[in-house]
Design a protein around this ligand. Structure first.
Ligand code: ADP
Ligand code: ZN
Length: 524
C-alpha cells in the first residue's frame, strides 16, 4: 500500500521521476519547507544538488514553477534533462525565436508546464508579469542568487528587481540558491530579495577530497610541468590570467607531449565550443583557460585545477578549484603565485572605474586571498573560516598539513624592509626597494639619491628572491599596504610601527622551492 504521508510522497517522486534512491544532505529539509509554502535560502557548494531542491517541489505543488536563471546556455541543458525524465519543462530566453517563445507561453497559460526557466530580463518584462497573473504559480526559484550582489563577480542589475516577485505574489513561496558562501554576499541576498523570514539551509562547503597546495612562482611553466608529472593522462584545468598566456601555455604543454587545449573568449566561438566538447567527452585532456571557462561545467573526473596566477578572491578560488573531484575521488588544487600578481591585481583594482566603496571591498578580498596563500596554517581551516564555517582540526590534506612549512625569525629583515619603505618616502614598489636594500647600482637609485639612504645595502646578505618573499609576506600580514594610486607603491600601516619599534617579532615562512615529494625543511 502506498504511504500517503508527505515525506513518503516526496521520496516516491524522487525515486520514480529521478531514479535516485535517497535525498542528499539538506535536500529533504529544503524540499519539505518549500512544499509547505515557506521561503528558503539554500547555500550549497557546486555539485551539492541544488537543482532538485526546486525541481521536485515543482512537481509536488500545484501550478508551474518559475525558475530565474542568468545562465542562458545552461537552461537548455537543464530543460532537456528534465524532459527526458518526463517532466513538462520549458525555457524562455533571447535564444528562442518569437514563434517558439509564443508556443511556450501558450503551454504556460494552458497549465501544461511544471517548470519554466526564464532569464531575469524576460521575467521582469511587463508583458510577462501580466501573463503570469493569469497562471497558477507553484513557486519561484532564484538560481545563482549571488548575482544580486554588487560586490560579486557575477553582478546582474536585473536581479535587484526580483523583489517584485514577493510584492506581487506574496503567497507564492520563493527559494533562492547559490554556491557563493561568503557572509557579506549572504546578507546582501537576504536584504535585496526580502528573504528575512526565509529558512536558511547552509551546507558545509568543505570538499574533503581536494588537496590544496600553493607555491611561489619561480619559473612558472617548469613548476607546472613538475605538478603535471603527478597527473599523467588525467583530465584537469589550468587557469591563466590572459589570453596570450593561455595560448602560450597550451603550446608549451603540447610541445612536451601533454594533450592540452586552449580556451578563452578571444577564440573563434566554434573552436571554443569544440574544445569544451572534447574536454567533456574525451579522457585525460588538459584545458588551459581563462576563468571564462568552467561556469556550469559538470565533468565529474577533473583530477586537478591549477592556477598560474593569483585568483581575485577566495570566493573565485573556491569556485574554480571546486571544479576538481566532483566524483569524490582524490583531486588536487594547485596554485602558483608571485608578488607581481599581487601588484597587478592591486593595480587593476586601483585603476578600475568602480566606486571607492567597491574598491575597498575588492582590496579586502585580495588581502584575504593573500592571507590564504601565505598562511603557514591549515589552508582548509582558513578557507572554510572565510565562509563562516569552522573546521576543528587541521585537515591533513593540504600542503601545510602534509609538509609543514619552515618558518624563520625575520624580525630584523622586516625592520630593514619597513624602514627602507619609510626612508624612501613610502611610494616605491618592491623591485626598487629591493635594489636599495641590496645596494644595487641602478639609474633610478642614482637619480633619487637612494644610495645615500641609511638602508642602502643593509640587506645585501640576502638574494632578491628572499627579499621578494619578505615583501610579499609583509603585505599579506598587513605590515605593508599598497599606496593605492595605481603605481604599485608600498607604504606602512598602523601595525608596522610596532615592528619598527622592536615591539613585535616577525616570523615568515620559507618559500617552497618545489611542491612535490620534497620536504621544504631540507631544501635550504
Ligand atoms: P548544483 O546545482 O548544486 O551544482 P546539481 O543540482 O547540478 O548541483 O547536482 C549535481 C549532481 O548531483 C547532478 O548530477 C545530480 O543529478 C546529482 N544529484 C542531485 N541530487 C541527487 C540525489 N539525491 N541522489 C543522487 N544524485 C543526485
Ligand atoms: Zn590542512
Amino acid at each position: 500500500m502506498p504511504d500517503s504521508s508527505q515525506p513518503q510522497r516526496l521520496l516516491d517522486l524522487l525515486q520514480h521521476t529521478w531514479g535516485y534512491s535517497a535525498f542528499r544532505g539538506e535536500q529533504q529539509a529544503v524540499i519539505e519547507a518549500l512544499v509547505a509554502g515557506r521561503d528558503c535560502l539554500v547555500l550549497m557548494p557546486t555539485g551539492g544538488g541544488k537543482s532538485l531542491c526546486y525541481q521536485l517541489p515543482a512537481l509536488a505543488r500545484p501550478g508551474c514553477a518559475i525558475v530565474v536563471s542568468p545562465l542562458i546556455a545552461l537552461m537548455q541543458d537543464q530543460v532537456e534533462a528534465l524532459q527526458q525524465l518526463g517532466v513538462r519543462a520549458a525555457f524562455l530566453n533571447s535564444s528562442l525565436s518569437a514563434e517558439a517563445a509564443r508556443e511556450v507561453t501558450r503551454h504556460l497559460r494552458k497549465g501544461e508546464l511544471d517548470l519554466l526557466y526564464v532569464a531575469p530580463e524576460r521575467l521582469l518584462s511587463q508583458t510577462f508579469l501580466e501573463q503570469l497573473d493569469e497562471v497558477r504559480i507553484a513557486l519561484f526559484a532564484i538560481d545563482e542568487a549571488h548575482c544580486v550582489s554588487q560586490w560579486g563577480h557575477d553582478f546582474r542589475p536585473e536581479y535587484r528587481q526580483l523583489d517584485v516577485l514577493h510584492r506581487r505574489w506574496p503567497e507564492v513561496p520563493r527559494i533562492a540558491l547559490t554556491a557563493t558562501a561568503d557572509l557579506p554576499t549572504r546578507t546582501e541576498i537576504i536584504e535585496r530579495l526580502n528573504l528575512e523570514s526565509a529558512e536558511v539551509f547552509l551546507s558545509s562547503f568543505d570538499r574533503p577530497n581536494i588537496c590544496y597546495r600553493a607555491e611561489v612562482k619561480r619559473t612558472g611553466l617548469n613548476q607546472l610541468f613538475d605538478f603535471l608529472a603527478g597527473h599523467r593522462d588525467e583530465a584537469g584545468i589550468v587557469y591563466c590570467l590572459s589570453r596570450r598566456e593561455v595560448d602560450r601555455t597550451a603550446d608549451e604543454l603540447c610541445a612536451r607531449g601533454i594533450r592540452a587545449l586552449p580556451y578563452h573568449a578571444g577564440m573563434d566561438s566554434q573552436l571554443r565550443a569544440e574544445h569544451q566538447r572534447r574536454f567533456l567527452r574525451e579522457e585525460g585532456l588538459v584545458m588551459v583557460a581563462t576563468i571564462a571557462f568552467g561556469m556550469g561545467i559538470d565533468k565529474p573526473d577533473v583530477r586537478f585545477v591549477a592556477h598560474m596566477n593569483l585568483p581575485k578572491s577566495i570566493e573565485g578560488y573556491y569556485q574554480e578549484t571546486g571544479r576538481a573531484g566532483r566524483d569524490g575521488e582524490p583531486a588536487e588544487a594547485w596554485l602558483c603565485y608571485s608578488l607581481a600578481d599581487v601588484v597587478n591585481l592591486s593595480r587593476m583594482i586601483d585603476e578600475s572605474e568602480a566606486s571607492e566603496a567597491r574598491k575597498w571591498a575588492e582590496r579586502r578580498r585580495l588581502d584575504a586571498l593573500l592571507g590564504l596563500v601565505e598562511t603557514t596554517q591549515c589552508r582548509r581551516q582558513l578557507l572554510l573560516a572565510s565562509f563562516g564555517e569552522s573546521y576543528p582540526q587541521p585537515c591533513g590534506n593540504c600542503d601545510n598539513c602534509l609538509e609543514p612549512p619552515e618558518t624563520w625569525d625575520a624580525t630584523r629583515e622586516a625592520q630593514q624592509a619597513l624602514s627602507c619603505v619609510y626612508r624612501s618616502g613610502q611610494r616605491f614598489g618592491s623591485a626598487h626597494l629591493i635594489d636599495i636594500l641590496r645596494g644595487g647600482n641602478t639609474a633610478k637609485i642614482r637619480d633619487f639619491g637612494h644610495d645615500r639612504l641609511s638602508t642602502y645595502g643593509i640587506g645585501a646578505q640576502h638574494d632578491a628572491n628572499t627579499w621578494r618573499s619578505v615583501f610579499r609576506q609583509l603585505l599579506a600580514a598587513g605590515l605593508l599596504q599598497s599606496t593605492g594610486d595605481g603605481i604599485a607603491g608600498l607604504r606602512l600601516t598602523q601595525a608596522s610601527r610596532q615592528v619598527l619599534r622592536g615591539e613585535q617579532s616577525v616570523y615568515l615562512r620559507r618559500d617552497r622551492l618545489r611542491s612535490r615529494g620534497k620536504q621544504p625543511a631540507t631544501e635550504r
